[in-house]
Write a protein that binds this ligand. Sequence first.
Ligand code: ZN
Length: 232
Amino acid sequence: MGIQRRHFLQTTGGLALAALMQAQPVEAAEEGFCIPDDPLQALMAGNRRFSEAWRRADQNNWATQQAGNPDPRCFNSPRALANSQHPWATLLTCSDSRVSPSWVFDTTPGDLFVIRNAGNSAFDEAIASVEYGVSVLKTPLVMVMGHSGCGAVAAAMDANPLTPSLDRLIQPIQESINGSSDLAEAVRRNALATASTLIQRSAVLAKAKTSDALKLVVGVFELTNGVVTLIE
Ligand SMILES: [Zn+2]
């Protein structure tokens, strides 16, 4: 169980729920992986656990904080989140199943405004969503985050044609990696290019950055150790 979910369940008094999670039927498709027999059942069972913890969160959240909870972090109240949101960072990152921002940064619901596509490219929809995060939700920080072993970047380095839609997906990556044959370097170039595109194609984001209302950074998440490194 990951840090965030474990913490959330513990914070909300959900230790019994944590035990339930271990009872979920799984099969070992490959050593080190847990694949549910019935994916939809697994999704819905997971949501039942989450919603139960969510219902308990309000009272336990404030009670544990006021009782001197040793964890200094505060958690957004589900009741408050039902009516509003005040995320403090916007993340544009890859759809890769191993790159879940709320796990990578150990955050809780309401903290991050997240845009994802395979290869973390600045397509029109992504730019618009980042603009929403900055100009409407007022997040003061935007991070473009690539990751090691990115399949979309690897596909862009490969000359083999894919489906028409996938070819369109990797086109901006091919342009940004500029012929690099090293995957790690290509991932860096692609993330940096995405950040540049955000500023070049969005007057709103460019203005926010110039006026210091926005800090734009680029990071690379390393799957082998979980570390996010900021790059220039
Ligand atoms: Zn990826």
